[in-house]
Design a protein around this ligand. Structure first.
Ligand SMILES: Nc1ncnc2c1ncn2[C@@H]1O[C@H](COP(=O)(O)OP(=O)(O)OP(=O)(O)O)[C@@H](O)[C@H]1O
Ligand SMILES: [Mg+2]
Length: 310
C-alpha cells in the first residue's frame, strides 16, 4: 500500500514516526469499528421559506437511512451486511470509505477515525462499488495502470499483477486491451474487482460485487474473494441481498432493515435464533431474514420517499 504521502522532504523523521504509529495502531485495533452511526437525507431545503410563492409546496422531512448502526469486523473475516434495496448498505459503505460524513457516531479503521484521519484511512481501504466508474474510452489495462498509480504502484507492478488477477476472475486478458466501453457490465465489474485487489488493501469494502453478474461470473468473483481472504488474510466487508452468497462467503452476517441492524451473528447462530426446535440445517437464510425482520428481502425494499404537507 502506498503510504509515501506522509513523507515530506523536510520532515522525514516525523513522517516515519507517524507511519510506525499508524502501523502500531493497525496491529492492535480491529480493521473496522462502527459505533452508533446515523445518516439522514432530505429536509435541508424548505421551499416554503426560501421561495415565498411556493408557500403551499410540500416540505421534505429528513429521513434516517442509516439509524444508529454499530458493529465490528475482526481481522481476516468476511463480514456481510445483508439487506433489501434501499436499506442503507451503500450509504453505510460511503461513510466508512470517507466519501460521506456521518451525522452522528464514529467509524474507526484500524483505530483511525474516518472523519479526522480520512487521508490515512483512505490508504488502508479499497472499495468496489456496485456501479464502478472508469475512463470509458481508455482500455481496461490503461485504467488499471492509472488507478494503480494512484495507489502507488509502478506500471511494471501493475503489468505483472493484473493478468494473474484477471485470469483468476475468469476475464480474458486480450479484452484488457479494448476500451472499457466495449466491455459488458459483468466484465467491467471484474475489472473493478481487479483494480481493488491490485494493491493489498488492509480492509476491503465490497458493495454488491456480484449484483447483475451471470452465474458463472458470479462464481468467479466469489471464488476470488474467498481465495484472497484465505491467502492474504484480508478483512472484508461485503454487502449483498443474495442470501446464498452471504452464506457461502461470510463468517458473520448483520441483517439491515430500514437503516437499522436487526440481527447479527454467524450463519449458524442466526439460524439457531429462529430454529425453535427445528434442525438448523432445515432452515434457509431467506427464512431467517423473514423471521428476524418480519419481511422477505423483496418486501423490505424501500420505494417511496416520505413527504408531508407544509
Ligand atoms: N444522496 C442521497 N440523497 C437522498 N437520499 C439518498 C441519497 N443516497 C441514498 N439515499 C436514500 O437512502 C436510502 C438508502 O440508500 P442506499 O443506497 O444506502 O441503499 P442500499 O441498501 O445500498 O440499496 P441497494 O441495494 O439498492 O443498493 C434510499 O432510500 C435512497 O433513496
Ligand atoms: Mg447499494
Amino acid at each position: 500500500m502506498g503510504r509515501d504521502w506522509v513523507m515530506t522532504s523536510s520532515g522525514e523523521f516525523q513522517a516515519a514516526a507517524i507511519v510506525s504509529w499508524a502501523e502500531a495502531a493497525a496491529r492492535t485495533s480491529p480493521p473496522l469499528r462502527v459505533t452508533g452511526v446515523v445518516k439522514s437525507f432530505g429536509g435541508g431545503f424548505d421551499p416554503t421559506r426560501a421561495l415565498p410563492w411556493r408557500r403551499n409546496a410540500k416540505r421534505e422531512v429528513p429521513r434516517r437511512v442509516v439509524d444508529d448502526v454499530s458493529f465490528e469486523i475482526r481481522r481476516g473475516e468476511i463480514f456481510g451486511v445483508i439487506g433489501a434495496n434501499g436499506s442503507g448498505k451503500s450509504t453505510l459503505i460511503r461513510m466508512i470509505s470517507t466519501l460521506l460524513l456521518p451525522d452522528a457516531g464514529e467509524v474507526h479503521v484500524f483505530g483511525l477515525d474516518a472523519v479526522r484521519d480520512s487521508m490515512r484511512v483512505r490508504s488502508l481501504i479499497n472499495r468496489v462499488s456496485a456501479d464502478p466508474s472508469f475512463f470509458r474510452t481508455m482500455t481496461a489495462l490503461e485504467n488499471l495502470l492509472f488507478f494503480g498509480r494512484v495507489y502507488g504502484l509502478t506500471p511494471g507492478e501493475v503489468k505483472e499483477k493484473a493478468p494473474e488477477i484477471l485470469r483468476r476472475l475468469g476475464f480474458e486478458w486480450e479484452r484488457a486491451l479494448e476500451p472499457m466501453s466495449h466491455l459488458s457490465r459483468g466484465q467491467q465489474q471484474k475489472v473493478a474487482v481487479a483494480r481493488s485487489f491490485l494493491t493489498s488493501p488492509s480492509l476491503m469494502l465490497l458493495d454488491e460485487p456480484t449484483t447483475g453478474l451471470d452465474p458463472r461470473s458470479k462464481r468467479d468473483v466469489q471464488g476470488f474473494v474467498r481465495e484472497v481472504q484465505r491467502d492474504h488474510d484480508a478483512s472484508i466487508l461485503l454487502t449483498t441481498h443474495d442470501m446464498e452468497e452471504a452464506e457461502l462467503l461470510c463468517d458473520r452476517i448483520a441483517f439491515i432493515s430500514g437503516g437499522r441492524i436487526v440481527a447479527e451473528g454467524t450463519p449458524l447462530e442466526l439460524r439457531q435464533k429462529v430454529a425453535g426446535g427445528r434442525p438448523v440445517e432445515q432452515i434457509d437464510m431467506e427464512d431467517v431474514f423473514m423471521e428476524l425482520t418480519g419481511r422477505s428481502v423483496e418486501e423490505d425494499e424501500i420505494v417511496e420517499p416520505v413527504t408531508v404537507g407544509a
